[in-house]
Write a protein that binds this ligand. Structure first.
Ligand code: MLT
Length: 411
């Protein structure tokens, strides 16, 4: 008899965005005439930038002939892309990253989900609450959580760092020893940020307490305010304690193309069971080369094109478009008296549900009365109860229509 990994039985319900998709499909089946506006999962809607498609077409042509054909590439990414990342995303901000510290991959969801594999299953994990569910679920699958306590809606061995309006969505430092801390800034789902000084508190804490920060920076391109750091490595000492995850998904419309990267500095050390230091970069490289065969050449040429002058201009147009949507949602909902957060340095608007409604009840109300799909805050954790997330990644027309429909609801 084949025994399964019983940790999987400890997972709660289905993955948040699958559950939302299921409810959306059911609603459409029951109401085929409804004109649904999807502002749930953060999926982009504009086309790929022209610079990207041009580069990808050229790359496809190269692959058609033996002289320029390419098979397996380096698992960590081609030099042309790695160098463009280092020059533009780091050097331009005064951060020094070496080429053997960048690992190109097929998405941040995979990277933030896989990274935990290289740490002990005894590691104590801290997450912000609300939180991108992948951080928690992948640690549950690995057996790092205790049982789920349905009374409080949380796993036993996971340390939850509350982020609510009461603390301006800024978590306090853990009140017990932890090993791995997941931080996401600009934050998904709240859309809120930390200043450089506030982030330094976390870097100093990790250095003093021998823990690592897993810093998800997938929404970095949407930062508009000057005191918000774009990379955790802008903070002194972060190279010794932080791994950073970046994605092309939202910045350049790559949600369907798939390309991202992870930075693991050489200074970052873990410990073996005898207390000897281990270079984490070596282990991630080992894992990456064993389990992954690299992102396609065509995709990497497309990603490289984002850093051309033409590409940068087009990307900036995309970001402006989505951030204008964010302002339309934010201002529109605020004018109705709703409490809204985020949407200034991130493409997510986090709102307090009216009259203290439960998050899923508000989801149902919005879907049935306004035909709008959003994301219930509680789906991101208990501290998200009574909150709701809308994405700014819709089309302008749908964004404006959605705000108008909400205006017509009785809230
Ligand atoms: C979200 O909506 O939170 C994200 O788009 C999901 C993801 O990036 O996997």
């Amino acid at each position: 008899m084949t025994q399964i990994n019983s940790n999987f039985l400890n997972l709660q319900g289905s993955y948040l965005f699958s559950e939302i998709a299921k409810r959306r499909t059911k609603f459409i089946q029951d109401n085929p005439q409804a004109e649904i506006i999807s502002l749930g999962i953060g999926d982009v809607t504009r086309g790929l930038p022209e610079a990207v498609t041009k580069a990808m077409h050229a790359a496809v042509d190269e692959l058609a002939v033996p002289g320029t054909f390419r098979g397996y590439g380096p698992e960590q990414g081609y030099d042309f892309l790695v160098n463009a990342i280092i020059e533009n995303d780091y050097k331009a901000r005064g951060v020094d990253i070496k080429s053997n510290e960048v690992f190109v991959s097929d998405g941040s969801k995979c990277d933030v989900g896989n990274i935990q594999e290289i740490f002990s299953t005894d590691s104590i994990v801290a997450v912000q609450d609300p939180v991108y569910p992948v951080y928690v679920d992948t640690n549950v699958m690995a057996g790092r959580s205790g049982l789920f306590d349905s009374g409080i809606g949380r796993y036993e061995n996971i340390v939850y760092l509350d982020c609510t309006a009461e603390n301006d969505f800024k978590p306090s430092l853990p009140d017990r020893k932890v090993d791995l801390i997941y931080l996401c800034y600009p934050n998904n789902p709240t859309g809120m940020t930390l200043t450089k000084d506030e982030l330094k508190v976390w870097v100093d804490y990790a250095r003093e307490n021998n823990c690592l920060i897993l810093f998800d920076s997938a929404y970095e391109a949407f930062i508009t305010e000057a005191d918000v750091p774009h990379s955790i490595y802008e903070v002194e000492g972060a190279r010794e304690v932080a791994i950073e995850f970046r994605s092309f998904s939202k910045t350049a419309g790559f949600t369907g193309i798939r390309c991202a990267y992870t930075v693991v500095p050489r200074e970052l050390k873990g410990f073996d069971k005898d207390g000897s230091e281990v270079v984490v970069n070596d282990l991630w490289n080992r894992r990456h080369t064993t389990k992954f065969n690299g992102v396609s050449y065509v995709t990497q040429r497309g990603a490289e094109a984002i850093y051309s002058a033409e590409g940068k201009e087009q990307i900036s147009g995309l970001v402006d478009y989505y951030m204008t949507n964010a302002r339309i949602i934010r201002d529109g909902l605020a004018s109705l008296g709703l409490e809204v957060f985020g949407g200034v340095n991130a493409p997510y608007i986090w709102l307090k549900t009216p009259k203290g409604m439960d998050s899923w009840a508000f989801f149902d109300k919005l879907l049935s009365e306004a035909n709008i799909v959003g994301t219930p805050g509680v789906g991101f954790g208990q501290s998200g109860q009574g909150y709701f997330r809308l994405t700014a990644f819709g089309s302008r027309e749908n964004t404006e229509k959605a705000v108008e429909r909400i205006r017509n609801l009785s809230l």
